[in-house]
Design a protein around this ligand. Structure first.
Ligand SMILES: O=C(O)CCC(=O)C(=O)O
Ligand SMILES: [Fe+2]
Length: 235
């Protein structure tokens, strides 16, 4: 499919899934680096209040911030740049690379928007890379509501409820998922031993660096930098 068609689809749906975007060899290499890292550091870094309220159990890792260079070749991939150019427009920038790891038996991630949709032009773009297959047996499928990036605020309600028209994504090894930060999305509970994805976040020109500091859940707005609930949405 041409870049123009991908952009058209992204603008309509608020996400894109492209299989076989990255080759097996580079996926195997990254997969091992990630497994080795979490083998040594398997603990959650969020506090208990967040884990309880957000129904979100992920352990983030920012490898590039620790000087690990193995993720740079994905970040610098020419085709990824071309797609990002088309979707984000001139002057977009890379924010950071974040691996998100979840253990067996954990909740995955509740419905959320990565940043508040108060200003439609202000948002992040998730550029998600999967180094191994996400299957129904393993769990951890990513669920999205197509076009919800244009529907404003994620409605209050059940953090793990269902939406009409939701689509369950089962990315395979080498799949690239581009996901608008305002698109309503979640990750289903983890049934297999573990599940992870690697997110090369980017944003349009002029986006504040801390755009993803406040995340919108169905029951609250949460600020990561201060570990605090900034709006209770249950009342
Ligand atoms: O890991 C995924 O599939 C989605 C994670 C997510 O919510 C995000 O990257 O903002
Ligand atoms: Fe997200």
């Amino acid at each position: 499919m041409s870049i123009a068609k991908y952009k058209e689809r992204f603008d309509r749906e608020g996400y894109l899934l492209i299989e076989n975007f990255f080759d097996d060899e580079s996926m195997d290499q990254l997969d091992k680096i990630i497994r080795d890292h979490y083998g040594r550091n398997p603990d959650f870094s969020h506090d208990d209040e967040f884990l309880e309220k957000a129904k979100t159990e992920v352990v983030p890792w920012f490898p590039q911030q620790e000087g690990v260079q193995d993720f740079d070749s994905i970040e610098n991939d020419k085709r990824l740049h071309e797609l990002s150019d088309a979707i984000l427009g001139p002057g977009w920038k890379s924010q950071y690379c974040m691996v998100m790891f979840s253990k067996q038996g954990t909740a995955g991630q509740a419905w959320h928007q990565d940043c508040p949709p108060d200003d439609a032009r202000r948002h992040n773009l998730n550029r998600l890379v999967y180094t191994r297959d996400i299957t129904d047996e393993l769990g951890g499928q990513t669920v999205v509501v197509p076009g919800s990036d244009k529907r404003g605020l994620l409605p209050c309600g059940d953090p793990a409820g269902e939406f009409d028209g939701q689509v369950v994504l089962r990315p395979k090894k080498g799949t690239l998922v581009l996901l608008h930060g305002h698109t309503w999305h979640r990750v289903l509970p983890i049934r297999g031993r573990y599940r992870f994805s690697t997110n090369f976040r980017a944003a349009p020109q002029g986006t504040p660096d801390n755009i993803t500091d406040v995340c919108v859940y169905r029951n609250m707005r949460y600020r990561f930098s201060t570990s605090s609930v900034v709006e209770d949405r249950t009342v």
